[in-house]
Write a protein that binds this ligand. Structure first.
Ligand code: EZ4
Ligand code: CO
Length: 402
């Protein structure tokens, strides 16, 4: 079998997605998600201009060799753009392999390690009553794990809370959204938020929260310690992780479990965090971290240290990533949880898929490959529509971590 075409499809069915389609001389094709929110066209160009021409004529079954070729052969290694492009190629090649073998991807990886994949949903409110209402809806829908984010009293806009009604979407059209941040107000309010959740709903659901890189290590340590009675499933991205050693300080002070890594793109981003057991969950996902070939190396390293997976699954990762991730999750022995926010109706139509959600758990389905397709005619009806991720500033105007 030989690769005869590799095309990049950019479409905006409710939000922007970049998809790579690799076609073989036998008519089989595979697709991969190449979406990097707010930087979509950089990956589209990386693929179109620098990767696709090198794929033509290759045997799509040599997945490992193609991965190594794109990683080592570029000379310029790693980084979100490069690794997302490699991730898309890898995902498409595993899809082709599954279709050629007539087997769902999870069976190629070694088969199911569990019956279904636990996912967590997002309960987000502008204030406490609204956040608790959203939490109640998730409990009602059967979610076993729920992330809560809430507007902070006397603080302008805040991470996780949309200006518009409906599903949370951070990227905005037109101007960049400038949000304001006060660590003091946040640290004062958040323990009360978790207390209210446990008071109303008890301890039957896993409670998650995303700090979105806003705290310093000592502030994060203080928060982790303060919220121990509410027994979080995880506290996510408490501080930026470029300096992996920073997490030692958090670890010294609290037993609140820590999740990190949705912005990671390689095993090197998490090596020290895993080896020193500074985190409990690793959030790197297939699209941004080099596909199945690379993420399974991360998961295997993590398994040596009892660190579990918690793949990023925000709606800016396409339904293609969701499908592939569910196969990965069903197989990976050290699975923790998978994020799932749902998709706009139009996106579900553009990407017909075998995966399904039912009462807090998901399954990738039994279709060969990863089980997600793209309706190109429909995709063409939703042209690219630029959108920007927000930035955050302290109340005095200092640019902060969003
Ligand atoms: O803000 O993917 O845990 N989930 C998150 C996400 C990120 C977006 C950024 O594009 O933090 O919602
Ligand atoms: Co996050």
């Amino acid at each position: 079998m030989k690769i005869v075409r590799a095309d990049v499809i950019v479409t905006c069915p409710g939000r922007n997605f970049v998809t790579l389609k690799i076609v073989t001389d036998e008519g089989l094709y595979g697709i991969g998600d190449a979406t990097l929110n707010g930087r979509e066209l950089a990956v589209a160009s990386y693929l179109k201009d620098h990767v696709c021409p090198t794929l033509i004529g290759r045997d799509p079954g040599r997945i490992e060799d193609i991965w190594q070729y794109l990683y080592k052969g570029a000379y310029w290694r790693r980084g979100p753009v490069t690794m997302t492009a490699i991730g898309a190629v890898d995902m498409a090649l595993w899809d082709i392999l599954g279709k050629a073998a007539n087997l769902p991807l999870y069976r190629l990886l070694g088969g199911a390690s569990r019956d279904s994949v636990m996912v967590y949903g997002h309960a987000t409110g502008r204030d406490l009553p609204e956040a608790l209402e959203r939490y109640a809806e998730h409990v009602e829908a059967g979610y076993k794990a729920i992330r809560i984010q809430c507007g902070i009293p006397n603080m302008g806009s805040v991470y996780g809370v949309s200006k518009r009604a409906g599903a949370y979407e951070p990227a905005t059209k037109g101007a960049v959204d400038e949000q304001s941040w006060s660590t003091e107000k946040y640290l004062d309010f958040v323990p009360k938020l978790f207390e209210a959740v446990r008071e109303r709903f008890g301890f039957d659901t896993h409670l998650l929260h995303d700090v979105h890189h806003r705290l310093t290590p000592i502030e994060a340590a203080r928060l982790g310690k303060a919220v121990e009675p509410y027994r979080l499933f995880w506290l996510e991205d408490p501080t930026p992780a470029e300096n992996q050693a920073a997490f030692r300080l958090i670890r010294e002070h609290t037993v609140t479990p820590i999740a990190v890594g949705e912005v990671f793109n390689s095993i090197w981003d998490c090596k020290q965090l895993i080896e020193e057991q500074l985190v409990d969950y690793i959030r790197a996902t297939l699209t941004h971290a080099g596909g199945i070939t690379h993420l399974r190396r991360v998961a295997d390293l993590a398994s040596l240290y009892q660190v579990r997976t918690g793949c990023h699954g925000a709606s800016d990762l396409s339904p293609v990533c969701m499908g592939a991730a569910l196969h990965f999750d069903l197989w990976v022995p050290n699975f923790g949880v998978q994020e799932y926010m749902g998709y706009p109706e139009a996106a579900l139509d553009v990407f017909p898929h075998a995966w399904r959600f039912e009462r807090g758990v998901m399954h990738p389905g039994e279709a060969p490959g990863h089980g997600v397709d793209i309706d190109e005619a429909l995709a063409a009806r939703y042209p690219y529509d630029p959108a920007w991720l927000p930035v955050a500033r302290l109340e005095d105007g200092t640019l902060w971590n969003w």
